[in-house]
Write a protein that binds this ligand. Structure first.
Ligand code: TXA
Ligand code: MG
Length: 315
């Protein structure tokens, strides 16, 4: 299959109308979208990115009226979070509407809903006219794509169209909050932080992995965010540099910087988050064997950043 690369949201939307899948930019990472109500199209997403069928997708909308097309009822806490954070990097897990094919939610009775705030994503979703289910537009197990070139590297020839936009602003996937129970539970940390969510709904909790009573995000059990290189957590400044080809990313220059083949020093946690997945990909391209990631405080966006670094280190 030839992959069309376009900057036009309306041209990209035509592929959706024809039942094809399209990669598109959002403020978090690039997504791989299909018409939520076209089951055949939804299945193409799983094939293109080799995603396990038991990992549910997020429905993307451009306007609040679309929520009722995909969800059945909005719990009161969800309504408060929508009011505070939509559009933005926040996905809410809500009870699913029966019209949504079960392939989209991997058979779950709930569905993730998100309204991206990047103007190009909104324009694309508006041109599509239907809610668009989309996981991140990477091959399963690879780091999420933050550039259209990263999408092309993983999916060229496997999808019909890439809507080409700028590099994504946040660089980590959205915060996922389960609102289907009594109190909201953060299943995946992201740019909408625990602190911000707690200001709106003080009872908001964070999922403790291994807590059997807690709701689950099926995607979290799969291999994730991983470059081919080995990732090592590097609390500044103590760590041992191995003899092989290594790279370093962090907020402060490492001691003995000269031993690293590639170094990226970021000015703050926001920039670190924006750069991380792209750095992983660049390291793989230059055949780096080990990537040292400086650890940061687990507060604000630092919580999401450390979550992704840990997952990369452990897979
Ligand atoms: O920022 C993002 O969220 C990006 C952009 C494209 O919007 N999307 C994204 O999708 O990261 P994906 O599929 O790579 O990650 C979605 C995560 C997975 O861990 C999945 O298991 C979880 O959300 N998820 C989706 N629907 C769920 C549901 N109904 N219940 C629990 N977890 C769900
Ligand atoms: Mg993903």
């Amino acid at each position: 299959m030839k992959t069309k690369i376009t900057q036009s949201p309306s041209i990209a939307a035509r592929f959706i109308h024809r039942g094809e899948v399209v990669a598109f930019p959002t403020e978090t990472v690039y997504g791989l979208g299909a018409n939520i109500f076209n089951e055949e199209a939804v299945k193409k997403i799983f094939i293109a990115k080799e995603r396990p069928a038991d990992n549910p997708l997020i429905a993307h909308i451009f306007d609040l009226f679309q929520i009722e097309q995909v969800a059945s009822g909005i719990p009161e806490t969800a309504a408060r979070l929508i009011e505070a954070f939509f559009p933005g990097p926040l996905t809410l897990i809500l009870p699913k509407n029966e019209r949504v094919p079960s392939a989209a939610t991997a058979g779950l009775k709930t569905i993730g809903v998100r309204m991206p705030k990047a103007p190009v994503a909104q324009e694309f979703l508006r041109a599509c006219g239907v809610p668009i289910v989309a996981p991140s537009a990477n091959l399963s197990g690879r780091p999420s794509p933050t550039t259209w070139q990263a999408v092309r590297a993983d999916l060229d020839g496997r999808i019909s169209c890439i809507l080409k936009g700028d590099r994504t602003e946040i660089g980590l996937e959205s915060t996922v909050v389960d609102c289907s129970g009594e109190t909201p539970v953060i299943l995946r940390a992201g740019a909408v932080t625990l602190e911000e969510l707690s200001e709106v709904v003080p009872q908001t909790k964070i999922l403790i992995e291994g807590d059997l009573a807690a709701p689950k995000s099926p995607g979290m059990k799969h291999r994730h965010y991983a470059p081919r290189a080995k990732v090592i957590l590097a609390p500044f400044p103590q760590y041992t540099v191995p003899m092989n080809l290594s790279a370093y990313i962090g907020l402060k220059a490492p001691p003995k910087a000269a031993v690293f083949e590639r170094i990226l020093i970021c000015k703050d946690v926001e920039e670190y988050a924006r750069e991380l997945f792209n750095f992983f990909r660049e390291c793989d391209e230059s055949e780096i064997e080990t990537i040292f990631c400086q650890t940061v405080d687990e507060e604000g966006l630092g919580l999401a950043l450390m979550d992704r670094i840990r997952r990369a280190a452990h897979s």
